[in-house]
Ligand binder design. Structure first.
Ligand SMILES: *Cc1c(COP(=O)(O)O)cnc(C)c1O
Length: 228
């Protein structure tokens, strides 16, 4: 699958150029390859080509593929229903999409009874789109204050999905806002909260996201081609 190697190389080059423009090294930016709808054989090839972090937005699909793929860390990047927590909490490296206190509480319960911590990001609906999950930006500091009391969770940063636009420049303010919000929460110095990750940027906007401070990009189409 020559196209795959080429696509990955091209994405990495573009990531590196964007990181340089933001005065950083690309080593500080983790690439999560989004494998939704991608066949297991293709995912195996991608892992063999060095992609070690894989993202799925649906629990069922993640669990169905995981047994066939070795040597990868899995990220849950889509909305998580409370009744699916039990199936997935200990199968993933990082959950990017905590968007309610009820979900945080459920994850905490599982973690505490399982005797380990779950790493999570808080999803923020920066642009206030009705079709998207995530907290309103204004609600984030108090939410994290409250969730920091959950000893089963490691809160490790923020995630957003920017509005889909023709011109990624249009969503630069969205990424800038999330970066500012991270600094705001960091300044609270909450015990047990480590705001190291900013998960933002997808195929059509990852360069702008990296320029604005993203260190975790979630890329599907630019690696695997258009989903059918
Ligand atoms: C599908 C998806 C992505 C990747 O989108 P592409 O445009 O294919 O790169 C990133 N993040 C989330 C939450 C997704 O659901």
């Amino acid at each position: 699958m020559v196209y795959l190697a080429e696509n990955i190389a091209r994405v990495r080059e573009r990531m590196a150029a964007a990181a340089r423009r933001s005065g950083r090294s690309v080593d500080e930016v983790t690439l999560v390859a989004v494998t939704k709808t991608v066949a297991v054989e293709v995912i195996k090839e991608a892992v063999a080509l060095g992609l070690e972090d894989l993202g799925e937005n649906r629990v069922q699909e993640l669990l169905a593929k995981q047994p066939y793929i070795e040597g990868a860390r899995w990220h849950l990047i889509g909305h998580l229903q409370r009744n699916k927590v039990r199936q997935v909490w200990d199968k993933v490296e990082l959950i990017h999409s905590v968007d309610s206190l009820a979900l945080a509480r459920e994850l905490d319960k599982r973690a505490v009874s399982g005797g380990r911590r779950i790493k999570v990001l808080i999803e923020v609906n920066v642009a206030g789109e009705a079709s998207k999950f995530g907290l309103a930006p204004e609600a984030v500091p108090s939410f994290i204050k409250e969730a920091s009391g959950f000893t089963g969770l490691n809160i490790m940063g923020l995630m957003t999905v920017a509005p889909l636009t023709e011109d990624p420049e249009e969503v630069r303010p969205v990424f800038r806002r999330l970066a500012a919000l991270r600094r705001e929460v960091e300044a609270l110095h909450l015990p047990g909260v480590d705001m190291r990750y900013l998960s933002m940027g997808m195929s059509n906007d990852f360069e702008v996201a990296i320029e604005e401070g993203s260190n975790l990009v979630r890329i599907g189409t630019a690696i695997f081609g258009a989903r059918t």
